[in-house]
Design a protein around this ligand. Sequence first.
Ligand SMILES: Cc1cc2nc3c(=O)[nH]c(=O)nc-3n(C[C@H](O)[C@H](O)[C@H](O)COP(=O)(O)OP(=O)(O)OC[C@H]3O[C@@H](n4cnc5c(N)ncnc54)[C@H](O)[C@@H]3O)c2cc1C
Length: 399
Amino acid sequence: MNFTFDTELDSFREQVRDFVRSHLPEHIGRRMRQKSFAPDDLHTAEWHGILAKKGWSVPAWPEEYGGTGWSALKQFVFNDECAALDAPVFPWGPRDMVGPVIYTFGSDYLKETYLPMIREGRYYWCQGFSEPGSGSDLASLRTTAVRDGDRYRVNGQKIWTSGAAVARYGFFLVKTDTRCKPQQGISFLIIDMKAPGVTVRPIAQIDGDDHLCEVFLDDVEVPLENLVGEEGKGWTYAKYLLDHERTGSSYIFWNKRELAKAREIAESEHRCGQPVMAMEPFRRRFAGVEAELTALEWSVLRELAGEKTRWNATAVASSLKVRGAQLQQKITDLQMEALGRKGLRYIAPEEMVDFPATALWPDYFVGKSSVALITRAATIYGGTVQIQRSLIARLAFGV
Ligand SMILES: Cc1cc2nc3c(=O)[nH]c(=O)nc-3n(C[C@H](O)[C@H](O)[C@H](O)COP(=O)(O)OP(=O)(O)OC[C@H]3O[C@@H](n4cnc5c(N)ncnc54)[C@H](O)[C@@H]3O)c2cc1C
C-alpha cells in the first residue's frame, strides 16, 4: 500500500517549507537539533510569535479565535514539515491544551483575556495537575480552592510541573468540594504564576536540565472569574483536554525527525571500517523501528481522516500514546547505539549553544545523551503506559 497526499497538499507542503526555511531563526533550529525534545520554552514562544504574524500559530482552533480553517490533513502536513526542518512542534500546553478548554467551556471574559495572548505566544504556561501521591490516581489530588468573597484561596502542592519556573500562567486542577465523590469536587482554575503565595522550586533532572518543578501554593488568591466553566466540572474538562490532543500524544512528528537523525548518525559513524548503517544487526533493528513508525503514522492519518473504528476515542488516544512513547525510546536507543562511545560524552545544556562542532564531534552528537535519558520519561508523563494499557483493555476489549 502506498499512501500519497493529493497535489493540493503537496503544494501546501512546499509553501510551508519555504516559510519555515526563510523564517525559522538559526538559533532555534540549532537548539532543536541539540535538545530535540525540549527546546527552551522561550524559543518555543519566539517561534510561536513568528507563526502568529503569519496567522499560523493556532491552526486547529476555530477560525473565530484565530484558527486557520485547515483540514486535519493540512495540519498534519504543516506539523510534519515544521518538524522536519527543526522547528519546535509537539503538543504545546497553551495552544493544544488550555486554549481548546477555554474556547470550548470558558466564559467570554476568559476567551477575551487569554486566547489572544496564547495565539500570539506572549507567555509560557504550565500544567498543574500532578501532586505528590496523586499522579496516576489524579482524582485523589488534595490542593484546595475555597471561596472567599470574590476570590478563591488556593492551598496545596503540585509536582513535575513542566516549565513552571518560566511560566506566566498555569492551568490547575483543584478541589472545590471535598465532601462528594473525588471526580465531582474538582475544578479547573487559571492561576497567575507571579501571584503572592506561588513558590516554584526546580527539580534537578538526570538529563542535566531543570525544566520540571515543584509548585507550592500558599493561600494564593485567585479571582473567581479565573474558574473555567462550572465549579466541580474540572474532571470533565481535564479529560476533554487529554483526549483533545489524542493524535499529538503519538509524538509522530518528533519520532519521524529523530529517526531521520538516527539514520544520519548511522550513515556517518563508522565501526570496523564501515558505516554503522551497513552493519546487518543494526540495519535490521533500524528497519523494524522504521516499520513500526510507518504503522503509527498511518494509524494517526486514519484517525485524522475520521475513519470509523470500533474503539472509543480514549482507547485510540491511549494506543497512540503507548506506541509513540515506546518509539521515542527505541529511536533514541538507535541514536545511542550508532554513536557508540561518543554517546557517553555528556555536554551540559548551558555548554551546548557554543559547542564547537568538529569532524570528530559533529553537531549531531551534541545533546544526544541527554535526549536518550529524558525520553525514559516518555512512558510516564501524560499517563503511564501501564495506566494506558489498562484503559485499552477496559475500553477496547471490555476486560
Ligand atoms: C518528564 C515529565 C513531565 C511531566 N510534566 C507534567 C506536567 O507538566 N504537569 C503535571 O501535572 N504532571 C506532569 N508530569 C507528571 C506525570 O503526569 C506523572 O508522573 C504520571 O501521571 C505518573 O504519576 P506518578 O509519577 O505519581 O506515578 P505513580 O502514579 O505513583 O505510578 C508509579 C508506578 O506505578 C504504576 N501504577 C500506578 N497505578 C497503577 C495502576 N492502577 N495499575 C497499574 N500500574 C499502576 C505506574 O504505571 C508507575 O509505573 C510529568 C512527568 C514527567 C516524568
